[in-house]
Design a protein around this ligand. Structure first.
Ligand code: NAD
Length: 319
């Protein structure tokens, strides 16, 4: 039996993680700490909210007093830090909240982990820390973030690694490519495109729509994170990639096709400042060392995701 502190568990990836793990690992307790920012949605925790091994605490990871109280009263063994401001566009408009939640918040959690002692601190990170490029980045590549969001995540990664080197804190980091699936906020690319198509509005893309991303179904990332926390080696970083690389225009067209809408309803707006063209990661390490492989085919996953949003649009496709 172990006690897990899951920060940001009312957000997209955290809630998918909790939905899978609370039911799968009934012997473990999951304590979710979430500030309930605009990006959170408690509907995503509906099916587990009454489980005996689940508890929700409303609060901020930057609140040192609250975080220390949780560590001492809940006897935390594992921390998985999903909590973050996660929307690149917002980080261009207002970087300070990204530094506060993503960097300072991570440091507060690291300090509490050091003070109370833990079995593992896992940081949920992103391929964006490597910056744009076609050369496949291994886990020890130089970090070269472009946006304030990516810079805040890279800063947090460096802090996490420094707590291993300086204090021997048992840490791991996962860096994944773009996740998609249910419970994602409608500001993000795929739900946003579904929302526009459903409202019969033009699907607006940055630049010429050719920027590419690798897509990983959130269920695959959830499996990877659970595997790394349980079987990954202390102090290690693991890239979690996917071979599903599509341009924004490809994804927008696939969504229109799946929804039976006119393929012409795509328009273009001025490109985002500092818009990374593509991220490329080498994910050999998690495959060879932990035997992990993504399982969900992109076309199946996208079909399932479109259908899920259309069935739940009153809760998820609202601004
Ligand atoms: P999200 O925006 O959907 O959810 C973030 C959650 O964190 C929200 O519930 C929010 O309320 C909470 N939160 C934010 N600041 C907080 C704070 N100071 N204290 C407590 N809670 C706070 O994000 P997501 O897409 O689920 O991403 C989760 C993590 O995974 C993030 O760290 C993100 O950088 C990383 N990541 C995301 C993707 C992706 O494609 N979505 C890819 C790679 C990595």
């Amino acid at each position: 039996m172990a006690n897990y502190l899951i920060t940001g568990g009312a957000g997209f990836i955290g809630s998918n993680f909790l939905n899978a793990c609370v039911k799968k690992h009934k012997e473990d307790n999951y304590i979710c700490l979430d500030a309930l920012t605009y990006a959170a949605n408690l509907n995503s925790l509906q099916t587990i909210k009454n489980c005996d091994n689940f508890k929700f605490i409303h609060g901020n990871i930057c609140d040192k007093r609250l975080v220390e109280e949780i560590f001492s009263t809940q006897k935390i063994d594992y921390v998985i830090n999903f909590a973050a401001e996660s929307h690149v566009d917002n980080s261009i408009k207002n970087p300070s909240v990204f530094i506060e939640s993503n960097v300072v918040g991570t440091q507060v959690l690291l300090d509490a982990s050091k003070k109370f002692g833990i079995k593992r601190f896992h940081q949920v990170s992103t391929d964006e820390v490597y910056g744009s490029g076609e050369v496949a980045a291994k886990e020890d590549a130089v970090l070269n973030p472009s946006s304030p969001y990516a810079a805040s995540k890279a800063s947090a990664d460096l802090l996490v690694l420094s707590y291993k080197k300086t204090f021997d804190l048992p840490i791991t980091i996962s860096r994944s490519c773009n996740n998609y699936g249910k419970y994602q906020h409608c500001e993000k690319f795929i739900p946003h495109m579904i929302m526009l198509a459903d409202e019969n509005k033009p699907l607006t893309l940055y630049g010429d729509g050719s920027n590419k991303r690798n897509y990983l179904h959130v269920d695959d990332n959830v499996r990877a994170i659970d595997l790394i926390v349980r079987k990954g080696a202390t102090g290690e970083v693991y890239n979690v990639g996917s071979s599903n690389r599509y341009s924004n225009i490809d994804v927008a067209k696939s969504i229109l096709k799946l929804m039976g809408k006119n393929q012409d309803s795509i328009s273009f707006i001025e490109d985002r400042a500092g818009h990374d063209y593509v991220y490329t990661m080498d994910d050999t390490k998690i495959k060879t060392q932990l035997g992990f492989c993504p399982e969900i085919d992109f076309n199946d996953g996208l079909t399932q995701t479109v259908n899920w949003y259309l069935s739940n649009k009153n809760q998820w496709l609202v601004k």
